[in-house]
Design a protein around this ligand. Structure first.
Ligand SMILES: Nc1ncnc2c1ncn2[C@@H]1O[C@H](COP(=O)(O)OP(=O)(O)OP(=O)(O)O)[C@@H](O)[C@H]1O
Length: 300
């Protein structure tokens, strides 16, 4: 039998995953995976568990949790040789990366079946110093939401907890002077926020980076210039259709690497987790980790 290591975060999302665990184990057993579990206990634990799973030669790693758990698992895998494929069971609050893959959300058994029936495909990840991200790096207004909302509130309200906190913060949005250097251009101006995206899905919205491709070796960068509150609301509305990237207040480009600096203190969000502060250099590691895609995605 093949061996799978299931790394799950019991505190993710509405804390429902654990109830389904016996059925998940049974499903994998039926298709020939002897599966053992690691329940995370706190920050950094999923990274250590993923790194150890590679050392112990597991054939498959499954990350069950939210984007933060996935982030940690990717960080535990990224620098290791002989990385096995990674399956994802979305059990968090937003689950942006799983959304981008087209995995069933709020359906633990459906997502488990998608792993069983799917195919591994190598996807890009982003690198900053010795840390990695699989979905998004961002800074500036509202990008601090994901790590500011307490876990208790997310368990209680789910995604709504982020929206409530976002509305609360709107009147206090201030621009930051930021310098963004790529091989092709330099942007040096006051901005509201910047997003360096690997996938199309950010903050639960699937068209934030509408042209993003997980396998193209490129980041999709979206910079929102200094903007008034009414403009911000107009642009946010256009995000639903993906039309915001044509807005004169938005700078959109693709690049393999960039450096972002600022004279003020700008914190960095990596896959929804706090990731230090600027200055930071970002580069793509093309097709670095094999992720199991659902059947429909494989055919594309
Ligand atoms: N047993 C635990 N108890 C409390 N927190 C934990 C535990 N294990 C891991 N964590 C923390 O949970 C965070 C990650 O949560 P995760 O992203 O999986 O769920 P979420 O925040 O509900 O979903 P999303 O990121 O999709 O919005 C990390 O900061 C990690 O340190």
């Amino acid at each position: 039998m093949k061996r799978a290591r299931l790394i799950y975060n019991p505190s993710s999302g509405r804390e429902e995953f654990q109830r389904r665990l016996p059925e998940v184990l049974d499903l994998f057993e039926q298709v020939g995976y002897e599966t053992s579990c690691h329940a995370t206990k706190g920050a950094g634990d999923a990274s250590l568990a993923a790194s150890l799973a590679i050392e112990r030669n597991f054939d498959l790693i499954i990350a069950a949790g939210g984007d933060g758990t996935l982030h940690e698992v990717v960080n535990g895998m990224a620098e290791r040789d002989n990385r096995p494929p990674l399956g994802i069971i979305p059990a968090g609050t937003t689950n942006d990366f799983a959304r981008a893959l087209g995995l069933p959300l709020r359906n633990v058994l459906g997502a488990s079946r998608s792993i069983i029936e799917g195919q591994p495909r190598a996807v890009d990840i982003g690198k900053i110093n010795n840390r990695y991200f699989i979905n998004i790096a961002g800074g500036g207004a509202l990008t601090d939401l994901t790590y500011e909302v307490p876990t208790r509130l997310k368990t209680l309200l789910g995604q709504l907890a982020y929206y409530i906190k976002g509305i609360e913060k709107l009147p206090f949005i201030r621009p930051s002077r930021v310098r963004i250097e790529t091989d092709e251009q330099i942007i040096d101006e006051e901005i509201t926020l910047f997003l360096i995206s690997n996938s199309n899905s950010v903050g639960g919205l699937e068209k934030v980076a509408p042209h993003a491709d997980l396998t193209d070796g490129l980041f999709d960068c979206i910079i929102l210039r200094k903007t008034s509150l009414p403009d911000l609301v107009r642009i946010a509305t256009n995000v639903i259709r993906g039309d915001h990237i044509k807005d004169p207040q938005v700078i959109y480009f693709q690049t393999k690497q960039l450096k972002v600096t600022s004279s003020s203190q700008v914190m960095l969000n990596l896959d929804g987790e706090l990731g230090g502060q600027l200055p930071m250099s970002f580069s793509v590691l093309p097709q670095h980790i094999e992720v199991i895609m659902p059947q429909e995605q494989v055919k594309i």
